[in-house]
Design a protein around this ligand. Structure first.
Ligand code: DGL
Length: 257
């Protein structure tokens, strides 16, 4: 048993799509959510810069006593996960990867779309997973241009956002994809818009939220660090941006439940 918090880290609001899965499935666990906010978006930053931002963030969460950290950001995972595990060997660190493996198993048309940030699509682990499970599957890679900003600005429902989503999703469907992978934790906040664009076409949309939650549960058991039942969990939200951003973060978290 260990009642210390689990740290959840992202460049901004996106990791809340993972935070809400953890909050739902693990109601006894205290969670500290760190949404950088100051340096968001990470998507096109050089890998070395993302590594250094991620090291500072995870270091802060470790300092606050986190017993585990979830890097709820595909981009930071792609750029920094091995470095973080080497740097902080004292706690388990969970990373996020686009759900390529289930997508390649699910597809009937043998065409899959993966939408992520530029940096994630260049990630070594992503490319090896693709080589391993993507045999005989055409994988269309696309960047969700402007999508992260739309979520950060709470503009999920605007016409401009629908246009940005359409520009990326439409060509993927036209090429014949029947599965679309959301490879960035911000994108599940656009799921309604994405589904509206898909309309009545048979295209499944998948993300990594549930798989990560399962991974966290199995690590809690493996390390014997689950919180004790009924221990009154704490919910904390922190950022490197200002108080206004922190308040928006907390409001978005609460309204996402
Ligand atoms: N939410 C992040 C991800 O999963 C980062 C997006 C960004 O900051 O560009 O990739």
């Amino acid at each position: 048993m260990n009642n210390n918090p689990i740290g959840v880290y992202d460049s901004g609001f996106g990791g809340l799509s993972v935070w809400r899965e953890l909050h739902r499935a693990l109601p006894d666990e205290s969670l500290i959510y760190l949404g950088d906010g100051k340096n968001c978006p990470y998507g096109s930053l050089p890998a070395a810069q993302i590594r250094s931002l991620a090291e500072t963030a995870v270091g802060d969460l470790v300092q606050r006593g986190c017993k585990m950290v979830v890097v709820a950001c595909n981009t930071a995972t792609a750029a920094a996960i091995s470095h973080l595990r080497e740097r902080f060997p004292e706690i388990p660190i969970v990373g996020l990867e686009p759900a390529v493996k289930p997508a390649c198993r699910m597809t009937k048309s043998r065409i899959v779309g993966v939408i992520a940030t530029e940096r994630s699509l260049q990630g070594e682990k992503f490319l090896t997973t693709l080589a391993r499970y993507g045999e005989g599957v055409e994988v269309i890679k696309a960047v969700g241009r402007g999508w992260v900003e739309a979520v950060e600005n709470n503009e999920e429902q605007s016409e401009r956002t629908e246009q940005l989503v359409r520009e990326v999703v439409e060509p993927i469907i036209e090429r014949g994809a029947d599965v679309i992978v959301l490879g960035c934790t911000h994108y599940p906040f656009l799921r309604n818009v994405i589904e509206r664009v898909i309309g009545n076409r048979e295209v499944a949309v998948i993300d990594s939220g549930e798989a990560v939650e399962k991974r966290v549960e199995s690590l809690l058991d493996e390390y014997g660090i689950r919180a004790s039942a009924g221990c009154e969990p704490r919910m904390e939200f922190i950022t490197y941006a200002d108080e206004e951003y922190r308040n928006r973060l907390e409001r978005k978290a609460m309204s996402s439940l």
